[in-house]
Design a protein around this ligand. Structure first.
Ligand code: ADP
Ligand code: MG
Length: 630
């Protein structure tokens, strides 16, 4: 095929612009990105060659070569990895066919420093070449193919493609440096960038031996010999004592595509039936695609140091999908396919072990670095809470890691553990009380909390979507029941004095006929009506039975399009409230129905519910307001 000119996808253009402007202060990362791609390409070849050894074409020594040409003002990065076919070049370079692209663009702020983090996470690797180059020429031949492809672009809006010849397989990228970027035409500079960012790359990164100098300081012609600049052994295979924190952190940035440092990590060699090495990291910040169905990154699986795949499902459960790192198995077969992995009991065993490790890591963070744990919880708490329903075996450990907002706090910060709560439980209290609502404000101001405030009993305020799921899966912690304050009959007898109990009984008798009439009036809307002990300031509230779905969950499911025939609520009336007294005095009057509906409707509104007939509500309210004037 002859030379053709193609246009970049609109997103790529936008990304290029952004990158050139946001990443300018950190431009040396282009080298890290291109080396990382070269290393991925070698990993892919090594993996494919486990099935088709002839792909090596007689050259099994995989490496990456970095060189520069002062006169031509070019820097070249070449690998003898898998290479690309013409169609692969078009698919991989020039388009961004990724889920989350939209999301990514919507998160950009225009603030270069903030955006550079996002760009880093998004992994725009290849395009970073244009931070320093105004022309990039990529020549590539896929292993086993005869023809090669040349891709060239000025980074504006277009690129050209043509068929060419290339002796060695793999990819060569020539960067024609922009004016002013000559600092990269320097042996020492390139070497220091490579050692800084790419020391842990698993295969040799070669540069030509520096030219010797003669007695007068003139450079002698270079010998043309290549030497490795990096250590070229997989970091995780080294022993812990030989690895500095800096190296661990740099490696994290490499495997995670994150720009931040990790919060913490665990590195261990596991012996036994399954032998493997794990190096697992907890990031500091959530990736932009944490809630996308198709995520880009996960944990990388190696078998005897051969990269097999990056997995987002099999190696870690969903609720630990933020974990990054490497698992290197010593006994899985090298030619495992994805399909086999999906079924493999051995992989299950590795996963179980790794989950334990991660939970241990989090517990350690919680116990020894509370400030960092708070950062972790802020970023990943919602995701971790999903685990309660997913991972039965680790339920208790997960419950122990959970943090909540609480009436014992001023604000919405989630920093109360179930253990803290139990430690503060009152004499005679036998349950952990919580409320769920769809916003923090709705939880904090719920009428259901009134009696708890009065008695000084702490209530956990849950307003994350996942909390409904969490509380339906966790019913007990350390022998204490979790009890919603909006469910069932409150059993606060232990906190009521004699006088209160008598009052309650008296109220029940006094309101008997009122309650009967309310029940008939609201027939079809409520299951029952009773006198409450929950309220001090509000006239009415709604509760559901212990085993019924909470009103909040019902709303969540409905808003997600699920047709749920939720349970009818129970209306509770506060006998001490003037409006409820008023209702009683209207027992024989013509406005009893209006008062009843109004009390029901406002109870529904107070807990964030929606009225079936808002216009009817307004009409009744207006009617009663006018009636009051007389
Ligand atoms: P990422 O590495 O995160 O996938 P990049 O922008 O760095 O994103 O690279 C895009 C794609 O281009 C890679 O996924 C790969 O398919 C292809 N690619 C880039 N560099 C090379 C290379 N040296 N050899 C083979 N393929 C490459
Ligand atoms: Mg890349």
């Amino acid at each position: 095929m002859s030379k053709e000119t193609l246009g970049f996808q609109a997103e790529v253009k936008q990304l290029l612009q952004l990158m050139i402007h946001s990443l300018y202060s950190n431009k040396e990362i282009f080298l890290r990105e291109l080396i990382s791609n070269a290393s991925d390409a070698c990993d892919k070849l090594r993996f494919e060659a486990t099935q088709h050894a002839d792909l090596y074409e007689g050259d099994g020594e995989l490496n990456i070569r970095v060189s520069f040409d002062k006169d031509a003002r070019t820097v070249t990065i070449a690998d003898n990895g898998i290479g690309m076919r013409r169609d692969e070049v078009v698919a991989n370079i020039g388009t961004i066919a990724r889920s989350g692209t939209k999301e990514f663009f919507s998160q950009l702020t225009g603030d270069a420093a903030k955006d550079s983090h996002l760009i880093g996470q998004f992994g725009v690797g290849f395009y970073s070449a244009f931070i320093v180059a105004d022309k990039v020429t990529l020549t590539t031949r896929r292993a086993g193919e005869t023809h090669a492809t040349r891709w060239e672009s000025l980074g504006d809006g277009e690129y050209t493609l043509e068929d060419v010849e290339k002796a060695g397989r793999g990819t060569e990228i020539v960067l024609h440096l922009k004016e002013g970027e000559d600092e990269f035409l320097n042996d020492w500079r390139l070497r220091s960038v490579i050692t800084r960012y790419s020391d842990h790359i698993n295969l040799p990164i070669l540069m030509q031996k520096a030219a010797e100098h003669d007695d007068e300081g003139k450079a002698l012609p270079s010998s043309g010999e290549w030497e490795a600049v990096n250590q070229a052994n997989a970091l995780w295979t080294r022993s812990k004592s030989e690895i500095t924190d800096e190296q661990y952190k740099d490696f994290y940035k490499h495997v995670s595509h994150d720009w931040d440092e990790p919060l913490t990590w665990s590195h261990a060699r596991i012996e036994g039936r399954q032998e493997y090495t794990e190096l697992l990291y907890i990031p500091k910040r959530a990736p932009f695609d944490l809630y996308e169905r198709e995520r880009r990154h996960g944990v990388k699986l190696y078998v005897k140091r051969v990269f097999i795949m990056e997995d987002t499902e099999k190696l870690m459960p969903q609720y630990l999908r933020f974990v990054r790192g490497v698992i290197d198995s010593a006994n899985l077969p090298l030619n495992v396919s994805r399909e086999i992995l999906q079924q493999s009991r051995d992989v299950d065993a590795i996963r179980t072990g790794c989950v334990k490790k991660v939970l241990g890591l989090l517990e350690d963070l919680r116990d020894n670095r509370p400030d960092d744990y708070a950062v972790f919880w802020q970023e990943f708490g919602k995701v971790l809470k999903e685990g309660i329903g997913e991972d039965f075996a680790n339920k208790d450990r997960l419950a122990g890691l959970a943090r909540f907002a609480s009436t014992a706090n001023e604000g919405s910060e989630q920093n109360v553990s179930l253990a803290d709560y139990i430690g503060r439980m009152k004499e005679g209290q036998d349950a952990i009380y919580y409320i769920t609502a769809d916003t923090f404000a709705a939880a904090q101001h719920s009428p259901h909390l009134e009696v708890f405030k009065k008695k000084g009993i702490e209530v956990l305020l849950l307003s994350d979507r996942v909390d409904e799921w969490f509380t339906s899966s966790l019913t007990e912690f350390e022998g204490k029941k979790l009890q919603s304050v909006a469910k069932g009959e409150l059993k606060l007898d232990a906190f009521a004095d004699e006088a209160e109990k008598q009052q309650q009984e008296a109220a029940e008798t006094e309101f008997k006929t009122v309650l009967d009439k309310v029940k008939t009036t609201l027939d079809g809307q409520i299951k029952d009506v009773r006198v409450t002990t929950r309220l001090t300031d509000s006239p009415a509230c709604l509760v559901v039975e212990n085993h019924d779905m909470s009103a909040n969950l019902e709303r969540l499911l409905k808003s997600a399009g699920q047709d749920v025939g939720g349970a009818k609520p129970i209306l509770e009336l506060n006998p001490g409230h003037p409006l409820v007294q008023k209702l009683k005095s209207e027992l024989e009057g013509e406005r009893f129905g209006d008062w009843t509906h109004l009390l029901y409707d406002q109870a529904l509104l107070a807990e964030g519910g929606q009225l079936d007939d808002p216009a009817g509500f307004v009409k009744r309210l207006n009617g009663l307001m006018l009636a009051m004037q007389h």
